[in-house]
Design a protein. Structure first.
Length: 200
């Protein structure tokens, strides 16, 4: 009996461009929980996810909104410093649950060297959890601390005060001078570490 051409309909999430199932299979076979980092223009979320038969189980998570709500963060929630702090927060929560190793899952994104995803990864690793990675892809410490933002703000303040006020209006409205961002970052980092150590 003659047969026409066959066509297999891809899974819905593959059709929608949300899941690479071949890559996901590799993650599952590794036996390690996945470090899932996703960002929007204004926020970043970090989750440690373990694949189970009944579905994915979230072992630990953190969202950049928590930096504002619980720790008094005055900077933006979608930049490199916020990504690092969110990763650090998730990392300490995962470590408290006995997690020692994970594998990075960037999804369908194609991030570049020093991107926010890798700032979050750096924070997660600094919490004491091992994640295989190329050291060269992580942003340097000065960018993680927001020094590039502070330098730009200082240059703008001396050349165009009106543009400076418009560009950093949100930061100035909460009383944070963008030139002070690296100092504010260091203070908040210590606050996160000390508060989470008290909970252990």
């Amino acid at each position: 009996m003659a047969e026409g051409p066959s066509y297999n309909v891809p899974f819905r999430r593959r059709r929608e461009g949300k899941t690479n199932y071949r890559l996901r299979e590799g993650f599952i076979l590794s036996g390690l929980p996945r470090l899932v980092i996703r960002g929007s223009l204004k926020h970043i979320a970090v989750q440690l996810v373990k694949a189970e038969v009944i579905g994915d189980k979230v072992l630990a998570s953190a969202h950049s909104k928590e930096l504002l709500k619980d720790y008094g963060w005055g900077g933006g929630c979608g930049n490199l410093p916020a990504a690092y702090l969110t990763g650090l927060l998730c990392g300490y929560r995962a470590a408290a649950k006995g997690v020692e190793e994970a594998i990075l899952d960037v999804g369908l994104q194609t991030p570049s060297k020093g991107a926010r995803i890798f700032a979050a990864l750096k924070g997660f690793i600094d919490a004491g959890i091992e994640v295989p990675h190329d050291v060269g892809i992580l942003p340097d410490d000065s960018r993680v601390e927001g020094k590039h933002i502070a330098d730009y703000a200082a240059a703008l303040a001396s050349s165009d005060k009106e543009l400076y006020s418009r560009t950093f209006s949100e930061r100035l409205s909460v009383g944070l001078s963008p030139e002070e961002l690296p100092k504010h970052f260091s203070e908040l980092k210590e606050k996160i570490i000390s508060s989470l150590k008290k909970q252990e």
